[in-house]
Design a protein around this ligand. Structure first.
Ligand code: PXL
Length: 280
């Protein structure tokens, strides 16, 4: 069984980051180790929240892992709490990367044209250095603009998306995937470009409501698929289809809430979609 480690916060309530990555990646048949970077009461879109940075644990935990010769087939980072933590993550990559493993960076820091609360204007430059060391990065359009200095647009064409992808590759990563791409009002999807010039895009239904934490769900399902051996395009498409299922399940639920989607009920569907794709 493949083993990955995910480095991101634990938001105790609110279905995002580690509380999404662990169940989704485990359900896909991949061992999911965690290295928590901060502990929050909830994610930061709640009006009130506590946040305790636990960056001081990254080095001692890494030291033990190295001594114990623990290795990872994949390393996946999400929300990082500070610029200093971004530097520590780059060090972690240097210690644990090898010729075979895959590093996926989801630069979770912004959406809808704005940085999340608590980040300074110079945070994206620190995150760009994390992206530079990744095999695959997974920003949304807002994050891509902050990482590259491109203007943020809500109305755009394919040449804008291609320019963003090229500029993301200029950061140094091997493959850039842009999420939340939409050219038609009822379609939403992703587009990717790699350093060899391969490109691919995929669109699915655009759901009328948007929920918090869907980016984390998307990255987790995509990485689970990659680890199980799907090619990048199929893993990303599987993740997109899964997120749509989760949003629709949340809309159907009488307990629908504005924080987090009801992914739990869709885990069996994810497992069968994965098995079907593995057999294709
Ligand atoms: O879903 C991204 C995310 C993860 N972790 C924390 C967040 C957010 C988004 O706001 O606040 C703590």
């Amino acid at each position: 069984m493949k083993r990955i480690v995910t480095l991101q916060d634990i938001s105790c309530i609110g279905r995002c980051s580690t509380t999404v990555a662990l169940p989704v990646i485990s359900a896909m048949g991949v061992e999911c180790g965690i290295l928590p970077t901060a502990v929050l009461s909830t994610h930061t879109m709640f009006q009130n929240f506590t946040s305790k940075d636990i960056s001081d644990q990254i080095e001692p935990i890494s030291d033990v892992w190295e001594k114990e010769q623990i290795t990872f087939d994949g390393i996946y980072t999400g929300y990082l709490a500070s610029k200093e933590q971004c530097r520590q993550i780059v060090d972690f990559f240097e210690r644990f990367r090898n010729d075979e493993n895959i590093i996926l960076v989801d630069p979770a820091m912004a959406d809808n044209g704005k940085l999340y609360p608590g980040f300074d204007e110079d945070f994206p430059a620190a995150m760009a250095k994390v992206c530079a060391k990744a095999d695959i990065i997974l920003p949304n359009i807002t994050e891509a603009c902050l990482l590259t200095g491109m203007p943020y647009k809500t109305v755009y064409d394919e040449s804008y998306i291609m320019e963003l992808l090229k500029r993301l590759l200029d950061l140094g990563c091997q493959t850039a995937v842009l999420t939340g791409v939409s050219y038609e009002k009822d379609k939403l999807g992703f587009a990717y470009l790699d350093q060899a010039g391969n490109q691919y895009s995929y669109f699915t239904k655009k759901c009328p409501v948007s929920y918090h934490g869907t980016g984390d769900l998307y990255a987790s399902a995509a990485f689970g698929g990659i680890m199980r051996g799907l090619d990048l395009g199929s893993a990303l498409a599987l993740a997109a289809d899964f997120v749509v299922e989760c949003i629709e399940a949340t809309d159907r639920s009488s307990e629908a809430r504005w924080y987090g989607v009801e992914f739990e009920s869709q885990i069996p569907a994810l497992c069968s979609m994965l098995e079907n794709r593995l057999q294709e």
